[in-house]
Ligand binder design. Structure first.
Ligand code: NAG
Ligand code: NAG
Length: 455
């Protein structure tokens, strides 16, 4: 979900008027399943041996791209379908058929188009807005996690719930779209390590440290670097990175300030991801990754998953909201030129953005971007890295680091409260330090109950 950016300010997307729902049930063949048998091995996936074969002249470039996508899963880092379902259907899956064409609602995602686009794996975003911070962010996040788990189960012919690198591969081999959960914004854990652990337990496999608001421990990308609240991450925030490493949860640095990126890279023992960002050198937007941070990914092993939001791709004055496939590919090539073919990925932000590049209008269009990389003479090996191998490698490494930390004691410290800050004075929250131990008999607690506006 993108509603920020110092240059571009895209509106909260509307998921369309309630036009008549078209029900087009598409039956899927088993072509995909047949085509992937060749990779029916554990990670790493079967590699294309002649890895630097150029595009054969005379070979159809689109077919070549699709062949690669049938061998190695394209794993997208960020899709906001859960948000769209919340807005449009209040999470009531009985009222929507994901097997139908949902484009009349303005959605970019449905099962027929995912299949047409040969999507192999997906991080489903369980985004909740910044105004839920200090209020019901945890509750809303759990609503969204429940929603993802329910539609994955309901459409089990298509989706498979997975939480590991191996799970992504196994789902792909079985002809399913491996479905993972990504939390977009540190406010989803309401500043406790215990909430972070519980979110991991219910399936969250990455957390974007902030959305477009600061948490009480991290500066977001909308904050000027001259006016940071924490200079990046506070000490509590740095320990949160260590706890994420210990749990095996990916640290996502999309949406954070450059200082936060650097602090996280200083602390993290595991590779990080940018689940949906682009290159700042080509488009100077604070949502994008500057070259000096890209350079650090070489040592860290992390990846930038390329976002499709035009406002982050084409920053020419008056050209915002307009871009095309070659411009998306330019960003990918720039990122690769700075930190190598091992640091690229794809993270569209479909259904979290109001505009899309020409040629990449919805999830059915990924093969055309991959075709562009074929046309640009990217080797099959490098295209495989771009679409899925890099992400799978990062997850494997995050799991390996987790395993080395099994003796590390969980982080327990509570975040320091600052009573001068409105968010901590919120009357809707229990003030534990003020006598929670004797609650509810204490005078303070009954006064609090008498005055609270929350019931
Ligand atoms: C790709 O390689 C072919 C054959 O060597 C060449 O003709 C073509 O110009 C190259 N395309 C690009 C974009 O470099
Ligand atoms: C608490 O917050 C207030 C208001 O933002 C700020 O002026 C003050 O410096 C903060 N105190 C601490 C100890 O962080």
């Amino acid at each position: 979900m993108d509603g920020d950016g110092s240059i571009s300010q895209e509106p909260l997307i509307s998921y369309g008027s309630k036009r008549t729902r078209k029900i087009i049930v598409v039956a899927f063949g088993v072509g995909i399943a047949a085509a992937v048998i060749a990779i029916a091995i554990a990670v790493p996936l079967a590699s294309n041996s002649g890895s630097d074969d150029k595009t054969d002249t005379g070979t159809d470039t689109l077919e070549h791209a699709k062949d690669i996508m049938r061998r190695v899963p394209l794993v997208d880092g960020h899709n906001d379908l859960p948000l769209a379902i919340r807005y449009e259907w209040k999470n009531q899956l009985a009222n929507v058929d994901l097997n139908s064409d949902l484009s009349s609602y303005g959605l970019h995602t449905d099962i027929p188009r995912l299949r047409e686009g040969l999507v192999g794996g997906q991080f489903w975003s369980v985004y909740v807005p910044c105004d839920s911070q200090y209020n019901d962010a945890v509750r809303q996040t759990l609503d969204q996690i429940d929603l993802v788990k329910r539609y994955v189960k309901q459409y089990s012919d298509t989706f498979a719930y997975v939480t590991t690198a191996q799970g992504i591969v196994d789902a792909f081999v079985a002809g399913k779209i491996g479905s993972l959960i990504g939390m977009e914004g540190g406010h989803s854990v309401d500043s406790t390590y215990s909430n972070l652990r519980m979110m991991y337990d219910v399936g969250a496999r990455y957390m974007t440290l902030t959305h477009s608001c600061n948490t009480p421990w991290a500066d977001n990308s909308g904050r000027s670097e001259d006016d940071l609240e924490f200079g990046g991450l506070s000490d509590w925030g740095k320990d949160l990175i260590r706890e994420m490493n210990r749990l095996g949860m990916l640290v996502d640095l999309s949406h954070v300030s450059v200082s936060t990126m650097n602090d996280a890279l200083d602390v993290s023992q595991s590779p990080v991801i940018f689940s949906h960002s682009a290159a700042r050198t080509l488009c100077d937007n604070t949502r994008n990754v500057p070259d000096e941070v890209l350079e650090r990914l070489v040592e860290n092993g992390g990846i930038v998953m390329m976002v499709f939001y035009p406002g982050f791709i084409n920053c020419e004055p008056n050209k915002q909201e307009v871009c095309d496939i070659p411009q998306v590919a330019d960003h990918i090539e720039h990122i690769a030129s700075v930190c190598g073919y091992g640091c690229v990925g794809i993270g569209s932000d479909y259904d979290g953005i109001s505009v899309t590049p020409v040629g990449l209008e919805d999830v059915s269009k990924y093969p055309y971007l991959i075709e562009e990389m074929v046309i640009r003479n990217w080797t099959d090996e490098n295209i495989e890295k771009l679409i899925g191998r890099n992400l799978i490698r990062v997850m494997q490494e995050v799991e390996r680091v987790r395993d080395t930390m099994s003796d590390t004691f969980p982080y327990e410290e509570w975040i320091e409260r600052n009573d001068s800050k409105a968010e901590f004075n919120n009357e809707c929250r229990t003030h534990e330090e003020d006598g929670w131990a004797s609650y509810p008999s204490s005078q303070k607690a009954s006064e609090h109950l008498a005055t609270t506006q929350c019931d």
